[in-house]
Design a protein around this ligand. Structure first.
Ligand code: ATP
Ligand code: MG
Ligand code: FE
Length: 333
C-alpha cells in the first residue's frame, strides 16, 4: 500500500509517501519558522499564505523523490485537524483536488494520531501501549489497545509543554521557538531555583504548566525589582527539571498501572534532551516495557506520520468524502 500524506496544520508545509504504513519512501518538509520568528510565534494569516505558495512544490518534490506516479498510489491522507483552520484548509483542498483528479480514496487524519504513528515508522507497535504526546499545542497520555483506537487518560488543563517552553523562553529573551534554546541552556546551568511541580490530584494523569510558567515569570520579575540578576542558565535548568520530573513520573506511573508493553514518545518536545535522557533512565529499570523515541525529523511536524496514521484508516475502510473540511477542534477519541 502506497499512501501520499499531506500536512499543513500549523507552520510546516509537508508531503510524504509511505509504504505499508511502515516505510518512509519520501518525506519533504518546508518550514516557515524564519517568517514567524520576528513575531515571536505563528501568525495564522502568514502561515496560510506560505502554505498556498509551498504546497504544489512540496507535493511535486515528495512524488519526485519517491519516484512514483499517482496511478501507483492507493490513497491520499491529509491532516483534517486540529490546527489553524486557514492552514488546514490548504492541505485538505490540495488532497481533495488530487483525490478527485486521480480517482484515489481520501482519508482524514487527526494530527495527534499522526504524531503517535511516527513511531510506527521506526518500529512495530505492540499493544497495549501508552504514548506520551508532548508538542506545541498538546500534552497528553494516550492509551491504545489496538490500531486506530485512542483513549486519552490524561491531558493538560492549561498550557501544553511546548507552549510553556516557548513562553518561558520569551521571558528569558530567547528567540522563537524557545524549546531548543532552553534545552541547550538547561544543560549549562544548575536547577538551583525552587519552582513548583503540578502533581494535581493523587490519581490524576492530567498535567498543568501555567503555574510553573507564572512562577518563572514572577521570579524573574521580583529579582529584577530588587536589582538582582538570575542566571538564565540556572532558570532554564530549574524550569526543565520541573517539566521533565512531572512528565516522566506520570508516564512511568501510567505505564505500570495500565500494564503496557510499549511507551511511545511523540510530538516536537520529544526533541528535548533532558526528557529523552530521564525517560531512558527510568524505563531502563522497567524490564518488560519498551521505550520508543523516534528520530527528531519524525517527532516534529511532517507528513510521513500522517501517511502512517492514514494507512490504518485506509485498511479499516474509513474513507472521507469530498465534503471533508478542516476541523480546528477535531477530537482524537
Ligand atoms: P501540535 O502538534 O500540538 O499541533 P505543533 O505541531 O506546533 O503543535 P510540534 O511541531 O510537534 O508542535 O512541536 C513544536 C514545539 O516543540 C515547540 O513548542 C518547540 O518549542 C518545542 N520544542 C522543540 N524542540 C524542543 C526541545 N529541544 N526542548 C523543548 N521543546 C522543544
Ligand atoms: Mg510546528
Ligand atoms: Fe504537531
Amino acid at each position: 500500500i502506497y499512501i501520499l500524506g499531506i500536512e499543513t496544520s500549523c507552520d510546516e508545509t509537508a508531503a510524504a509517501v509511505v509504504k505499508n504504513g511502515r516505510e518512509v519512501i519520501s518525506n519533504v518538509v518546508a518550514s516557515q519558522i524564519e517568517s514567524h520568528k520576528r513575531f515571536g510565534g505563528v501568525v495564522p494569516e502568514i502561515a496560510s499564505r506560505h502554505h498556498v505558495e509551498q504546497i504544489t512544490l512540496v507535493l511535486e518534490e515528495a512524488m519526485r523523490q519517491a519516484n512514483i506516479s499517482f496511478a501507483e498510489l492507493d490513497a491520499i491522507a491529509v491532516t483534517e485537524g486540529p490546527g489553524l483552520v486557514g492552514a488546514l484548509l490548504i492541505g485538505v483542498n490540495a488532497a481533495k483536488a488530487l483525490a478527485f483528479a486521480h480517482q484515489l480514496p481520501l482519508v482524514g487524519v487527526h494530527h495527534i494520531a499522526g504524531h503517535i504513528y511516527a513511531n510506527r515508522l521506526v518500529t512495530e507497535m505492540k499493544f497495549p501501549l501508552l504514548s506520551l504526546v508532548v508538542s506545541g499545542g498538546h500534552t497528553e497520555l494516550v492509551y491504545m489497545k489496538e490500531h486506530g483506537i485512542f483513549e486519552v487518560i490524561g491531558e493538560t488543563r492549561d498550557d501544553a509543554a511546548g507552549e510553556a517552553y516557548d513562553k518561558v523562553a520569551r521571558a528569558l529573551n530567547l528567540p522563537y521557538p524557545g524549546g531548543p534554546h532552553i534545552d541547550r541552556l538547561a544543560h549549562e546551568g544548575k536547577p538551583t531555583i525552587d519552582l513548583p511541580r503540578a502533581w494535581l490530584e493523587e490519581d490524576s494523569y492530567d498535567f498543568s504548566f501555567s503555574g510553573l510558567k507564572s512562577a518563572v515569570i514572577n521570579t524573574l520579575h521580583n529579582a529584577n525589582q530588587r536589582g538582582e540578576t538570575i542566571d538564565p542558565k540556572d532558570m532554564a535548568a530549574s524550569f526543565q527539571a520541573s517539566v521533565v520530573e512531572v512528565l516522566v513520573t506520570k508516564t512511568v506511573k501510567a505505564a505500570k498501572a495500565y500494564g503496557v508493553r510499549q511507551v511511545l514518545l511523540a510530538g516536537g518536545v520529544a526533541a528535548n534532551k533532558g526528557l529523552r535522557t530521564e525517560l531512558e533512565k527510568q524505563f531502563a529499570k522497567l524490564k518488560d516495557v519498551e521505550l520508543v523515541i523516534p528520530p527528531l525529523s519524525l517527532c516534529t511536524d511532517n507528513a510521513a506520520m500522517i501517511a502512517a496514521a492514514g494507512t490504518v484508516l485506509f485498511e479499516k475502510g474509513k474513507f472521507a468524502t469530498m465534503a471533508l473540511n478542516g476541523n480546528p477542534s477535531l477530537e482524537l477519541e
